[in-house]
Design a protein around this ligand. Structure first.
Ligand SMILES: NC(=O)c1ccc[n+]([C@@H]2O[C@H](COP(=O)([O-])OP(=O)(O)OC[C@H]3O[C@@H](n4cnc5c(N)ncnc54)[C@H](OP(=O)(O)O)[C@@H]3O)[C@@H](O)[C@H]2O)c1
Length: 339
């Protein structure tokens, strides 16, 4: 089968198409014919090697971690799926790549695809849906009426997290560039700061929750808008000691991460805020719950661009420009009507 693989660390030049054997499945796995695979910024970071201490990959490794497709084989211990089911899944950090014609997906990572979504739309959801849920609902425990700041509202995470925060009953502020102001309003943002014209830290006050989505000092600035007792949940780091502990990392890594996060934790404490780093984990049951909201049109997938499989590298390069408006998805199987 055809797959997009990372041959060795050192950047995008080591990402190539390869012919691999079709994966064989274990008793607790399903074999999925991948119809579409969603791209995420981490797919551009992994090839650089900078995540080596955190994500252990056996190279060559198939790229990607968000997929939607059809079950073509089930393992002997699988109970929730049968051949022919349309599913979607995040295989992030499970050593299973999505940018391949077939993927062996652990049953616990998959959920039935909402029927109202096509494969491209479904493949756009897992990483951003699970991350938003784990950050806002589980970690920050967002309550109705709370004020939530979601910077970079037009991106993959932002376009989903704004919708989820609204679903949880929050008042949502976001930041974006001038051309995307209307777009993020339509997603549900109550306060929109056009960062080309205004500084969000001069306009917003008393926020209960901040989602850390942007590097370059934005996290530190966001501390100026929070109230005592607030939660700062960062997706972009720095990782903290609790994260190292959860991943069973050794003493040295715990020490390194506590050093890296010391400054932001101290700054947050001064404001009475709690800082934590979140690293998304696959969760088929939660994805099924998100799927229910999608099926009922309480949440909507936001797809910016679709690339055919042969142009997956161009898709990664487009995402890497950091201007995506929603999600970038690679299509491996065209629907019959379009083919
Ligand atoms: N820790 C985890 O488990 C986890 C999970 C998922 C994602 N992440 C991380 O979260 C970050 C966001 O991911 P993503 O998928 O949303 O990325 P993305 O889709 O590539 O984000 C692109 C968006 O960022 C916006 N943007 C860029 N600079 C901005 C600025 N200064 N102010 C406001 N908006 C700005 C752009 O909007 P404009 O064109 O309007 O500027 C664009 O819409 C990435 O670093 C990713 O790796 C972490």
């Amino acid at each position: 089968m055809k797959a997009l693989v990372l041959k060795r660390y050192g950047g995008a030049k080591h990402v190539e198409f390869a012919d691999l054997p079709r994966p064989t499945i274990r008793p607790d796995e399903i074999l999925v014919q991948v119809h579409a695979a969603g791209l995420n910024p981490i797919d551009n970071v992994i090839p650089t090697g900078s995540f080596k201490p955190i994500i252990k990959l056996q190279l060559p490794a198939t790229m990607g971690s968000d997929l939607a497709g059809v079950v073509v084989e089930v393992g002997s211990r699988v109970t929730r799926f049968k051949v022919g089911d349309a599913v979607f899944a995040s295989t992030f950090d499970l050593g299973v790549g999505a940018l391949a014609e077939y993927a062996a997906v652990p049953e616990h990572a998959a959920a039935l695809k909402p029927e109202n979504l096509d494969f491209v739309q479904a493949a756009s959801v897992p990483m951003v849906g699970l991350t938003s849920w784990q950050a806002l609902a589980e970690r920050a425990k967002v309550q109705p009426g709370q004020k939530v700041l979601i910077p970079a509202g037009a991106g993959g995470i932002g376009s989903f997290a704004i919708q989820l925060a609204k679903l949880l009953g929050a008042k949502v502020a976001t930041t974006t560039s001038t051309p995307n102001v209307q777009f993020v309003r339509q997603l549900g943002a109550d306060e929109v700061v056009d960062y080309k014209k205004q500084q969000f830290e001069e306009l917003l006050r008393d926020y209960d929750v901040v989602l850390g989505t942007l590097r370059g000092g934005e996290l530190e600035k966001s501390l100026q808008v929070v109230r005592p007792g607030s939660s700062i949940v960062s997706l972009i780091g720095p990782p903290d000691a609790a994260f190292a502990q959860k991943r069973g990392m050794n003493f040295l890594m715990k020490f390194v991460f506590s050093l890296l996060s010391r400054k932001i934790i101290r700054m947050a404490k001064k404001r009475g805020a709690n800082y934590s780093f979140l690293f998304v984990r696959p969760d088929g049951e939660r994805l099924a719950k998100i799927g229910e909201h999608l099926a009922a049109s309480r949440l909507h997938p936001v797809v910016d661009k679709v690339f055919p499989f042969a142009q997956a590298k161009e898709g990664l390069a487009y995402l890497g420009q950091g201007r995506a408006k929603g999600k970038v998805v690679v299509q491996l199987v065209k629907p019959v009507a379009e083919s």
